[in-house]
Design a protein around this ligand. Structure first.
Ligand code: NI
Length: 167
């Protein structure tokens, strides 16, 4: 396994729309293993392939307390969204920035698992937020795109300052 570099907002590659996974082969299985390792090491609770500059519809999530529940979603598609919730979100591509985003409270997602089997999941709370956040990435959207223009400008300048300090 290998740690993968994570693209940082406002890198324009985060705006690419990912293509469906056609074939779940050894390359995809290795990518999933590397993405899981990268997510756990960061540490984070979700990572979309877009964030590691692979533009395929694939994401990994683990919202468990003890990092024991890795969930892999291939070609995920939101089938239904109900209600609303608003919580602080962060993103491994936007380090150190947290802000409130309005999301559906409950979602049903259809996807393929790592064996290529069709699956469907209905969930709410944090996992529902995470699923919506990661599917956004696959569509080229970062959570800060949901914030006001003024907040986006402030976030870009804060991240640019951070990059100068760490460079
Ligand atoms: Ni993210």
């Amino acid at each position: 396994m290998a740690l993968l570099p994570i693209l940082r907002f406002p890198d324009t590659r985060l705006k690419k729309v990912a293509a469906p996974v056609a074939n779940i082969d050894d390359g995809i299985r290795k990518l999933v293993a590397d993405m899981a390792e990268t997510m756990y090491e960061a540490p984070g609770i979700g990572l979309a392939a877009t964030q590691v500059d692979v533009h395929l519809r694939l994401m990994v999530i683990d919202t468990s307390e003890d990092k024991s529940d890795l969930q892999v979603f291939i070609n995920p598609r939101l089938e239904s969204c109900e209600g609303s919730q608003s919580g602080e979100e962060g993103c491994l591509s936007v380090p150190g920035i947290y802000d409130k985003v309005e999301r559906a409270e409950r979602v049903t997602v259809h996807y393929l698992d790592l064996e290529g089997k069709k699956q469907s999941m209905t969930t709410d709370g944090l996992l529902a937020v995470c699923i919506q956040h990661e599917i956004d990435h696959l569509n080229g959207t970062v959570f800060v795109d949901h914030l006001s223009q003024l907040k986006q400008v402030r976030i870009k300048s804060k991240l640019a300052k951070q990059a100068r300090v760490t460079a």
